[in-house]
Design a protein around this ligand. Structure first.
Ligand code: ATP
Length: 568
């Protein structure tokens, strides 16, 4: 297919903010899409492979600027200046391509096949000369691009497509295009997406209208799927009410989520962001092989750090550096040990467990796992209908430095990737949000050269809305916790626009933030503002899609009003 056709679709999609109109536009496009071009499904979300695949385009703004400069003959400095002025590198690409196009003719017509081919070569490049090779692959595309194609190509490269299409938009568009918008089939389609995590694979079957074939799509060991997420319980009583009794109560461990896949001798570990961290945690693979019976399985768990000497559990921040570390693994393994707490099972010896009730799944875990404290255990759990018992268990969890408890419906299935009400979390301090940094100010005085005063945003559909500004909670230097220095290093490559000291930042870095109160505010687009926000931690384990939504903050705002009323 011609890339210009896809660029036109992107344009149409971004021209309307209305979800239903987007679905309509997309469904018409999908109806006519041939199987040959089915990998376009990835491009619709700005990807080149299925969600489960780690190979991402990963081009920095600076590299894209170099390629734009080379392909249009515009000096880098000029591209940079235009970018600072316009704030969107895609629009800059469109503008400078327009100027260029008046003097030269496109060297070849771009096809989606060629675009995907070149983009897929990018993550494969390693070693000497990588940068030059990347620039030449991108330049090859950009020199052939029309202004509109250059706009979307550039946005795709830097991972910021801005067309407001999410996985659910694509699901509804497929439902409309291939199943006459029959809502009865929505769940089947969703399940097919959940189990494969591969939109192209689902599209190819859906396109033929084969609902029965979609039902047959299965989980596969080695291909990560999105983990099931929790909601909050306001109280134990509310937990009982919404989950039924008896229910399971487990420790809510303060670590990071680890999905464990095993097939014969091979163990693969994935984080909640679906990153493969097998190499970072060699001991976990050993524990899994040694202490869990079974040919093949997929487990859901939380890895928690503990102090080697005192055997006390540490918080997530203490071990978070192990997730990204590529070197000195053995040293870290011994200085920052983890205990794996298995709390769910999704697949066992050739059979999916997703539709089994939780009581069966948790029973199976206990049957196949030989507990080895400080290595691997089944999560601590009680089954009860008694509020007092839950309270006692909750206190014990907090005493052991854990975050609180999870209440779980014994009859519920496992729903990948969804914040369903099957498990509810109870924590003492629930007043924290996971927000993304979308702006900052260059510091002055002793903070000169560092970014300070960070703008925080929550999410509403595919938009990021500002809700607060802070630098409280940050240390000066890197050695001692989250610092100005560390944040500046992380954010500098993400700067999109500068006006005086104010910079706009591409949403990528997620931070947990506490606050004293939520207020109404005309100053922020979200309509709300956090009073006295304070940084708690970096959330490197969390995907952008799962940050706190405006809806959740509004809910908290309503709760706060009720509390104030009760105490006032
Ligand atoms: P929070 O910031 O409260 O940890 P979150 O947004 O990271 O929440 P939620 O899905 O809301 O994630 O809370 C559930 C998280 O708690 C899971 O992702 C998992 O990592 C962790 N967890 C710890 N112990 C358990 C357990 N026993 N069962 C399920 N999840 C657990």
């Amino acid at each position: 297919m011609l890339y210009s056709k896809l660029a036109k679709l992107y344009h149409e999609l971004s021209s309307t903010p209305k979800r239903l109109e987007k679905i309509d536009i997309l469904s018409k496009f999908l109806e006519l899409l041939s199987e040959r071009d089915s990998n376009i499904l990835y491009l619709l979300e700005g990807n080149i492979y299925p969600d489960y695949d780690e190979r991402k385009i990963g081009i920095s703004n600076q590299l894209a600027i170099k390629a734009l400069s080379k392909s249009t003959g515009t000096p880098s400095k000029k591209v940079q200046e235009l970018w600072k002025k316009m704030g969107d590198l895609g629009e800059v690409a469109e503008k400078i391509t327009q100027t260029k196009k008046q003097t030269t003719l496109a060297s070849q017509t771009l096809t989606t096949k060629k675009v995907i081919e070149n983009l897929r070569k990018l993550p494969e490049l390693v070693g000497k000369g990588t940068i030059d090779k990347k620039i030449s692959l991108i330049t090859e595309l950009l020199t052939s691009a029309t202004p509109q194609e250059a706009l979307y190509l550039t946005r795709t490269l830097i991972g910021d497509l801005r067309i407001g299409v999410q996985e659910s938009t694509i699901k509804y568009a497929m439902l409309k295009a291939f199943f006459k918008d029959n809502k009865e089939y929505e769940e089947t389609l969703q399940r097919a997406i959940d189990r494969t995590n591969d939109l192209e694979e689902v599209f190819k079957i859906a396109q033929k209208g084969k609902i029965k074939e979609l039902e047959k799509l299965k989980l596969r060991v080695g291909k990560p799927i999105k983990a099931m997420l929790a909601q909050k319980a306001e109280s134990i009583e509310q937990g009982f009410k919404s989950l039924g009794t008896p229910l399971a109560v487990e420790y809510k461990y303060d670590g990071f989520r680890l999905l464990i896949h095993k097939d014969k001798d091979k163990v693969i570990l994935f984080t909640r962001r679906l990153e493969n961290v097998t190499n970072q945690f060699p001991e976990v693979a050993e524990y899994v092989k040694e202490y869990i019976k079974g040919e093949s399985f997929i487990l859901d768990s939380e890895a928690v750090g503990y102090d080697k000497k005192t055997k006390k559990y540490t918080d997530f921040q203490a071990i978070s550096q192990r997730i990204r570390r590529k070197y000195n693994i053995d040293k870290l393994r011994s200085s920052l040990p983890v205990e794996v707490n298995v709390f769910d099972i999704l697949y066992y010896n050739g059979k999916s467990q997703l539709d089994e009730p939780f009581e069966k799944r948790t029973e199976l875990i206990r049957k196949i796992l030989t507990p080895k404290p400080y290595k691997i255990i089944a999560s601590k759990m009680i089954i009860t209908s008694d509020k007092k018992e839950v309270e006692k268990f909750y206190k014990a969890a907090l005493k052991e430095n854990q975050e609180g408890v999870m209440l779980k419906n014994l009859k519920a299935e496992y729903k990948p990737g969804r914040r369903v009400g099957h498990m509810l979390k109870i924590k003492p301090d629930q007043r924290d949000f996971d927000l993304v940094i979308t702006g900052a100010e260059w510091g002055t005085g002793k903070r000169k050269g560092w970014l300070s005063s960070f703008i925080l945003s929550c999410k509403k559909n595919s938009e990021y809305l500002e809700i607060g500004k802070t630098s409280t909670g940050l240390k000066e230097k890197k050695e001692s916790g989250l610092s100005y220095e560390q944040l500046t290093e992380l954010l500098k490559p993400l700067i999109e626009k500068e006006e005086g000291r104010i910079v706009r930042i591409k949403p990528k870095i997620i931070v947990a933030v506490t606050y004293q109160e939520i207020q109404k505010s005309p100053n922020y687009k979200s309509g709300l503002a956090l009073r006295f926000p304070r940084f708690v931690a970096l959330r490197e384990d969390k995907p952008l899609k799962e940050i706190t939504t405006l809806g959740e903050i509004e809910e908290e705002f309503d709760n706060q009003k009720k509390e104030n009323y009760a105490y006032g």
